[in-house]
Design a protein around this ligand. Structure first.
Ligand code: AMP
Length: 284
């Protein structure tokens, strides 16, 4: 069963009647297989899954693509219905707020800021972005009250920020990160890929290919950190890169000996489209 609500009051009413635990997948819509992988995973864990589709104005900067961000609710619902058929006894509640005021009623004053983790990488490039993300996810958690919420590791820093927020605020839920779903040629799926023209779509492969090349330098017995750093330095001479950094996978600190989990995170920009990708490695 798929139920669609466009008002927060309806979602709160629906939620208060749930007899079983609830999983949650927050998105901005324009769904692709990356989003659907989160939905499938959530349905494996909980018989009832709330799935939000909301382009959150608070996480866009003044010169960013809030107005042009693709809004495709009818297509999104069709895709959700195809997944629902795979889980016949499930209940999916789609929360697609009719307006930002449904999420932030007039006078709403709350702001959630996860300091530290939010200030680097995407946070440095997009001031206020993670405050907008943490604020909306906190608000959605408050409405949906999930047992478990699912996020893509595609937005790795976002996943870490939400995990930290849940920890700091002792939220009674589990934050789960799910693997990046890629196109056949390695490009991570993203709603923003459709901004690319044919030529840029080819150029975009530089991103995943470079991540792979650095990972290969660090993989297995080789673990050639100087070679990895050299590839990164050479790569950054190309001005299309916003950043490419090898960091601790939990704290995003530069000290790679902290936890043994290392993340390579990069943003490659084609005209105004910033493409994000990352890869995780265990340093032995
Ligand atoms: P968005 O609609 O872009 O805000 O994304 C909603 C959720 O889907 C976030 O948790 C993203 O990290 C996740 N997501 C987006 N693209 C992918 C992908 N290619 N693979 C896995 N998860 C993804």
């Amino acid at each position: 069963m798929v139920i669609v609500h466009t008002s927060t009051a309806e979602v709160i009413r629906e939620r208060s009647g749930e007899k079983s635990t609830v999983g949650f997948v927050p998105t901005m819509g324009n769904l692709h297989q990356g989003h659907l992988s989160l939905l499938r995973e959530a349905l494996k864990h909980d018989p009832v899954v709330y799935f939000s589709i909301f382009v959150n104005p608070k996480q866009f900067g003044p010169s960013e693509d809030f107005n042009k961000y693709p809004r495709t609710l009818e297509d999104d619902l069709s895709l959700i219905r195809t997944v629902e058929k795979e889980f016949p006894s499930s209940k999916i509640v789609v929360y697609a707020p009719a307006s930002p005021e449904e999420v932030y009623p007039p006078g709403y004053n709350q702001r959630v800021d996860v300091t530290g983790l939010s200030e680097r990488l995407e946070g440095a490039n997009r001031p206020g972005h993670f405050e907008g993300v943490a604020t909306v996810v906190y608000r959605l958690f408050e409405i949906v009250k999930p047992r478990e919420a699912f996020f893509g590791l595609k937005d790795y820093q976002q996943y870490l920020v939400i995990r930290q927020m849940a920890l700091d605020l002792s939220l009674p839920l589990k934050v789960t990160g799910m693997p990046i779903i890629r196109d056949h040629d390695g490009l991570a799926l993203s709603s923003r890929n459709q901004y690319l023209n044919a030529e840029e779509r080819v150029e975009a492969l530089t991103l995943s290919r470079t991540l792979k090349k650095v990972k290969e330098a660090l993989d297995g017995k080789k673990m050639n950190l100087p070679l990895a750093q050299k590839i990164i330095q050479e790569t950054l001479k190309d001005p299309r890169w916003n950043y490419l950094e090898l960091l601790d996978g939990h704290s995003l600190s530069r000290d790679l000996s902290e936890s043994g989990l290392v993340s390579l995170l990069g943003v490659f920009q084609l005209r105004t489209t910033r493409l994000l990708d990352n890869i995780q490695m265990e340093l032995k």
